[in-house]
Design a protein around this ligand. Sequence first.
Ligand SMILES: [Zn+2]
Length: 232
Amino acid sequence: MRFIKTTWAGAIAAALTAMLAGCAHLDAAKCDGGFVPLAEAVPDAILEIRYYSTYNFVGDRVDGYERPVAYLTKEAAAALRAASDDCVKRGYRLKVYDAYRPQRAVSHFMRWAKDVGDVRMKPYFYPNLDKSVLFDQGYIAEKSGHSRGSTVDLTLFDMKTEKEVDMGGTFDWFGEESHPDYKGVTEAQLANRMLLREIMLAHGFKPLAEEWWHFTLKDEPYPDTYFDFPVR
Ligand SMILES: [Zn+2]
């Protein structure tokens, strides 16, 4: 963890740095730690922050999401900006569902997973799975790479049709249908998944075998740090 000195002088200096960096909504320490708001770093990206909304597998706003905004480390944001520019050239925009995720949000997921009676969102996110297996099968874990600040969940938005492209599945669907190479999708859907993957990999991200929407910066700056400042 990166700590900031707790002296008044240090706090004031950090606050000034934060304001100058244009991240007044972030704790000064987080700015100092090198996080940037996506709205500024990747202005073409569309933000649909699902854990701020109630349309997510929990069915409630998730702990730590205080505004519908997104942050990434400046390294990941710069790489995402390049990916976004690439997308725009091809007629798409990136649509981001989640980026940096506070540890308290991941803890909220754990609390939710243990409450097996709460299946309000089952029809939309895990209709074919018993909620009790979500933790054992790795869908929910005590830690998430997202808390390290260099991981993003996203899809492609087609500027011509003004719709999300058809990936043959939806964000946060729990099941093998979400594996990027899942054989049950159409050729066109697979091609869309591969296009997103190609663009992200070309700009320094690595994919995840279980989720077509999830990418992590290969050279992430905080590979061992799980942050917990709120998204606001
Ligand atoms: Zn993810």
